[in-house]
Write a protein that binds this ligand. Sequence first.
Ligand code: GLU
Length: 470
Amino acid sequence: MEKIVTRFPPSPTGNLHVGGARTALFNWLYARHMKGRFVLRIEDTDTERSTQASVDAIFNALEWLEIDWDDGPFFQSRRMDIYREYIQKLVDSGHAYYCTCSPEKIEAMRKQALATGGKPKYDGTCREKGLPNTEDAVIRFKSPLSGTIVLKDVIKKNIVFDNSELDDFIIQRSNGTPTYNLAVVVDDMTMGINTVLRGDDHVNNTPKQILLYQAYDAPLPVFGHLPMVLGDDRTRLSKRHGARSVVEYRDMGYLPDALLNYLVRLGWSFGDQEFFTREELIEKFTLKNVGHAAGIFDPAKLQALNADHIKAAPPERLTRYLIPVLKECGQEVQEGQYLEKVIQTLGTRSKTLLEMAEGARFYYQAPVSYDEKAAKKFFKAVSLEPLIQLIKQLEILDEFNEKQLEDAFKHVMETTGLKLGKIAQPVRLALTGKTVSPGIFEIIDVLGKEQVISRLKKAVQFIESKENSE
Ligand code: GLU
């Protein structure tokens, strides 16, 4: 079988948004699943709207998503000679012609069509004139006047278009640049793309592209049009729905694997399985299970999935993502065992990496103050004795293991007659400055003897000075 070659051809007119990322993802996954190739092409012929900043933003987003490509990036702006050559072929073979109708004339045609309830179409004035190339001429494709085109879509099944609905569309503007449909077909043909998966907002372009393939006598790729991603009110996803660019999700502390998992599930299913690792997606992704219905983007579901991915990720993998987030929060940390242990204690309690970074703060900085309400409640004279006892018990241990810690606490409970709950809260407050944190034994184990004792002593001092001043 021929190797599958897919592509992602974004127009660099802004950031990569979740809809675009989903298109990239489907093409990438399919290429990876089929052991084919994935091509990246930047469609930057619209020089007014394309920017280098958008190109960089797209690369950054793909890099963060770990969507890698085998060929490219190709830039359409650097391929003008190729388009010119292919346009000339169509003129030479009689499939295209020069048109000199003025914009005013075209506008009048449009108005006239609308006034009579028709579809605005070019009326073919120059079609048979055999005009030569002149400075302000455009080149139009000679569309068939009758018959039908069948789009055999692998996702939507067959869609039939009437040729009479199409007009002689422009393939080269008067400034010599190719239009989208022409450039896409020439690129896809010359880059060996045999599978085109894209948003179904492009369905209406496809009959024109099929006509171009036929005019070039080139084999058609397999087309698959993906249903759109919608907001909860079933309109196209936009900023209004809280939709964001891919890198904003990175900045909000999402894992790329979670976003990937969520986006692919928006238009594809595998039984009722919700959670997939990247490797599983590559293994299981086929076009057969791509859905026909639009996916509704649900930020809460994405966050829940993010929490699941954080929980499931091995700590050494999370370090890579957490370190920059911690840095962003002002905390420079090294990779290594300490960080991995920190992550282990926070993995089940963090929905995002931002939450995790926030939760990790006390592991790197002893509390400079204590939660005020909690201090009032737990740092009282009665807490002094258990804290002092615990310091004594911990000082005689040479290493902390679970059994020894339990024994130390048991001893304090016995000598003070207090229950674990009564002892644990002041200890937690002493070690973290807060009342909510991972389990007390876990914290002690990570912080280690020196830190724990020093923080407990500080709390004792705090209580003593508070008691004295009252
Ligand atoms: N540049 C087009 C877009 O961003 C790509 C269309 C296509 O996949 O053919 O929508």
